[in-house]
Design a protein around this ligand. Structure first.
Ligand code: HEM
Length: 190
C-alpha cells in the first residue's frame, strides 16, 4: 500500500482542536486559566459552551421560523383579506401573536446566547473574516425583524400601502442572510 495507512491519515478539519470536549478538558485551548472574577466568568462560559451553543441554535430556529412565516402572512393579509373586515382581524391576531409570543423572545434569546458564545474564550477570532460576515448578516436580520414589526403596526392600523409583491420579495431576504450566516459560522471559508 502506498502512503500512510488509512487510519493514521490526518483529516485537517477534524484535527482542529474545535469541539466541545476541548472546552471541558483544556483551559481555553492553549491559554492559561485566569484568576479572579473574570476568570470565573470565563471558566463558566467555557464549561457551558456546548449548552450555550445548543440554546443558541434552538433560539435561531424559532426566530427563523417566524422570519419566514410573518412576511407570508402579510402577503395573504394584503392580497386576500385587505385592510378591514373579519379576515383582516384574524390576520392581525395571528401576526401580533407570532411577533410577540415567538419572534421577539427568540430574537432576544438568539442575541443573548450568541453574545455568550462571542465572549467564550477561544470561540471567535476577530482576525478572521467569518465573524465579520456573520455580524453584518445578523445585524441585517435584526433590521429585517424590526422592519416587519413596523409593517405589522401599519397593517393593524389599516395604513399599509405595500403590495403582496413587495412582501414576497422581502420574504427572500432572510433566506439569503441565513445562507451567509450558516456558511460563515460552519464552513468558515474565510
Ligand atoms: C444575534 C446575534 C448572533 C450572535 C452574536 C451569534 C454568535 C455566534 C457564535 C459566537 C457562535 C459560535 C461559533 C463557533 O462555535 O464556532 C455561533 C454559532 C452558531 N450560530 Fe450564531 N450568532 C447570532 C445569530 C445567529 C443567527 C441569526 C443564526 C442563523 C440564522 C445563527 C446560526 C448559528 C449556528 C448554526 C451556529 C452553530 C455553528 C457550529 O456548528 O459551530 N446565529 N453564533
Amino acid at each position: 500500500m502506498r502512503g500512510r495507512p488509512r487510519a493514521n491519515r490526518v483529516i485537517p478539519a477534524i484535527q482542529i482542536p474545535y469541539n466541545h470536549h476541548n472546552f471541558s478538558s483544556n483551559k481555553y485551548f492553549f491559554e492559561e486559566s485566569r484568576d479572579g472574577d473574570d476568570g470565573m466568568i470565563l471558566d463558566f462560559l467555557a464549561a457551558a459552551y456546548p449548552w450555550t451553543k445548543s440554546l443558541h441554535v434552538i433560539s435561531v430556529i424559532a426566530w427563523m421560523a417566524g422570519l419566514f412565516y410573518l412576511p407570508r402572512l402579510y402577503v395573504y393579509h394584503v392580497e386576500v383579506a385587505g385592510p378591514e373586515g373579519e379576515k383582516a382581524e384574524l390576520f392581525q391576531v395571528m401576526e401580533r401573536r407570532l411577533l410577540r409570543a415567538i419572534m421577539n423572545p427568540s430574537m432576544i434569546a438568539t442575541w443573548v446566547f450568541g453574545l455568550m458564545l462571542v465572549f467564550t474564550p477561544g470561540v471567535v477570532d476577530w482576525s478572521l473574516g467569518w465573524p465579520w460576515t456573520k455580524a453584518v448578516a445578523v445585524l441585517a436580520m435584526t433590521w429585517f425583524h424590526h422592519w416587519l414589526a413596523l409593517r405589522r403596526k401599519d397593517l393593524a392600523a389599516g395604513t399599509d400601502t405595500r403590495t403582496g409583491r413587495t412582501y414576497r420579495m422581502m420574504n427572500e431576504l432572510p433566506t439569503l442572510l441565513l445562507i451567509v450566516i450558516v456558511v460563515s459560522v460552519i464552513a468558515k471559508p474565510f
